[in-house]
Ligand binder design. Structure first.
Ligand code: KG4
Ligand code: ZN
Length: 380
């Protein structure tokens, strides 16, 4: 089989990204333009601003990805683009651009599910490291700002098929990191800064109990008969943090921190640390410990229930240091291999989109000009 070069384009949320991947196994280039500075003042992604920023960035980002890879538009075998899930307006920018480019270049176009992309970030790097064999069934935890989903994956022809065996009933884990960081005035996005601050706090200072999700999902769309399912819920812990802040009179310290940090436009992690008292650091560390323990214990519960042979953990929150070390320790104890993407490929990028497109390229699954964005696309 000849080498296949795929140009991936990703614009589902607040990162404009393009990458070139060879045959789903070699990262040739990976360009990510992050809009963090644009959204930072609002403490979350503002959809209208995201679309505008994507429009501004997409052409130079794609050009740079080709240039870094030492390639041109002509040497690409196919284009791949995220078709969903994500913000509708943001998705449309990448999708329209990729469609126009594919049409002009007369190259095949492949529409990719963003969630499958996150899973392929792991596979790409494992193949790159010489690991080509994964034992099935594979259980994948996709944990990001928009998702906390467990998928049981099986192989089908050149690609994989997925069964959703668990999901969050409310907030995603990354969303909880972002909301708690906003509440404590630690900056945006919340995950990386809480990850850093938690290393300076006592994770046992505050106890956050987690409900086991035994009742049925109230959303009829999500009802499943399989009683082995393992669901998550992260809106309760956010409220528990708020209650802790109120009962421990932390508002003055939070206001003070806001004043100090707004003076610096983009404060460094060290500057945020300097603006935190012990109580805040302990709260951040305890919050992170609670989320990590819940994610790890429920994933292992599902792994046991579905006799998984391999675990994959991916998505923005997979960049979390404590999540990584806790998963590695638990996996070693249970004798179950667990794989993460590198930190760079944990958060949104286009290399994962180009990698996920490769089996679809082999299967000839090309999109027509009618390809459209689906903000609520599911993974199957
Ligand atoms: O996958 P991603 O880049 O975008 C989505 O598809 O949502 O994930 C972004 C999310 C944000 O909520 C961010 O706070 C979180 O991932 N995140 C982290 C870390 N780095 C990013 N959460 C915890 N620890 C981190 N180190
Ligand atoms: Zn993502």
């Amino acid at each position: 089989m000849n080498d296949v070069y795929i140009l991936g384009i990703e614009s589902s949320c607040d990162e404009t990204a393009a990458a070139v991947v060879r045959s789903g196994e070699e990262l040739m280039s990976n360009v990510v333009y992050s809009q963090i500075a644009t959204h930072q003042p609002y403490g979350g992604v503002v959809p209208e601003l995201a679309s505008r920023e994507h429009l501004r960035a997409i052409v130079p980002v794609v050009r740079k990805a080709l240039e870094d890879a030492g390639h041109t538009y002509e040497t690409m075998d196919a284009l791949a683009v995220t078709k969903g899930p994500g913000l509708a307006g943001a998705l449309l920018v990448g999708l329209s651009y990729a469609k126009a480019l594919a049409y002009a270049l007369n190259k095949p176009l492949i529409g990719v599910n963003h969630l499958e992309g996150h899973i392929h970030a792991v596979l790409l790097e494992e193949r790159q490291n010489g690991n080509r064999e994964m034992q099935f069934p594979v259980l994948a935890l996709v944990v990001s700002g928009g998702h906390t989903h467990l998928y049981l994956a099986e192989r089908k022809d050149a690609g994989w098929i997925y069964h959703n065996v668990g999901h969050t009933r409310d907030d995603a884990a990354g969303e909880a990191f972002d909301k708690v960081a906003k509440l404590l005035e630690l900056g945006y996005p919340g995950g990386p800064i809480i990850d850093f601050l938690a290393q300076h706090g006592n994770p046992n200072a505050v106890k956050f109990p987690f409900a086991q999700m035994k009742h049925r999902d109230r959303n009829p769309q999500n009802r499943h008969d399989d009683d082995r399912r393992v669901d998550f819920s992260y809106s309760g812990i956010k409220t528990a943090v708020l209650r802790y802040v109120e009962t421990h009179d932390m508002h003055a310290a939070i206001d003070q921190r806001r004043r100090v940090l707004t003076e610096r436009k983009t404060p460094t992690q060290e500057e945020v640390l300097a603006a935190c008292d012990r109580q805040t650091l302990d709260l951040a560390a305890s919050f992170q410990r609670a989320i990590v323990n819940d994610l790890v214990s429920k994933t292992f519960l599902a792994a046991q229930a579905y006799s998984a042979a391999t675990l994959l953990v991916t998505g923005g929150v997979a960049a979390n240091s404590e999540l990584r070390s806790t998963f590695h320790d638990a996996a070693a104890m249970q004798g179950l291999p667990v794989y993460f993407p590198s930190r760079k490929l944990s958060t949104d990028n286009a290399a994962m989109i180009a990698a996920a497109a490769y089996p679809r390229f082999l299967a000839g699954e090309f999109a027509g000009q009618e390809l459209s964005a689906d903000a609520a696309l599911r993974l199957r």
